[in-house]
Ligand binder design. Sequence first.
Ligand code: 2RA
Length: 334
Amino acid sequence: MLSLLDERPDIWGEIRLIASARSAGRTLRVRGQDVVVQALAPEVFDGVDIAMFDVPDEVSAQWAPVAAERGAIAVDNSGAFRMDADVPLIVPEVNADALADTPRGIIANPNCTTLSMIVAVGALHREFGLESLFATSYQAASGAGQAGIDALYDQLAAVGGRRDLGQTAGDVRKALGEDALGPFPAPLALNVVPWAGSLKDGGWSSEELKIRNESRKILGMPGLRVSATCVRVPVITTHAVAVHARFARPVSAAEARAVLAGAPGVAVVDDPAAGEFPTPADVVGTDPTWVGRIRQSPDDPNEVALFVCGDNLRKGAALNTLQIAETLVGRGLR
Ligand code: 2RA
């Protein structure tokens, strides 16, 4: 968030940094200025136009309403308010108009996996009319926080150079030891893990239901047919999603490619003959939603398949939060 603030357009007057009492008093540099971190308290929101929250759900649930009561619009990156009917869930490239209605003074930022694909899906929906969405995610370790990053680096260090591993059932798990799994339910090094989030009804993971529910809300399609499978892969940062989208009419690969190439926030890299398509390692640290492998289904002319990559810490989190703030200001809503 702080490094993106340095890069983004200057819509800011005073910037206040607010954190728990533990971090209060530290000095951080923002937009070329030293700013002393203040401890979270109701008064720190007095006079604030936009309060961007990047904290656990329970902290947002308690404090975003306080910021709103004190006159700020809270842009919240947690899951606390995303599905509340009176809180808009915003991706500026897709549904910025929903910013006009913020009855609680709170705006929610979607989950990073939804954000990694929804700009591309939204652009195609605008043009062709989405009917159903099937998605399989390939999620980076940083989606599980610093503990996820640390676990993956440690596991990679432990298996590095071990040419004996990955050949017998359970050998990687045994070599690492159960304590090395970190926040993941199985080894991530030399592996993929079909799990992210917590267990919900019917065997779905919370992450899979977030993709479904959030996509429906952002696109304004409460009955949209959505099915997702979320998988963790040994990548540090940048989520990838294989998307199969069915539209109201036949859509050729060329038509889909042209729409995506012209869509704000989307970058198309799609030349498989030359080995060119987006991969997390090639796009991490960048802002766009990267799209490649655009194909029309051979069995259903209305269905398009694509492979999407988005940096889960930038567009998937801090960047979208900042874009919401910039859009509020750009539209004169703040
Ligand atoms: C994950 N999307 O990747 C989650 C983080 N919010 O685990």
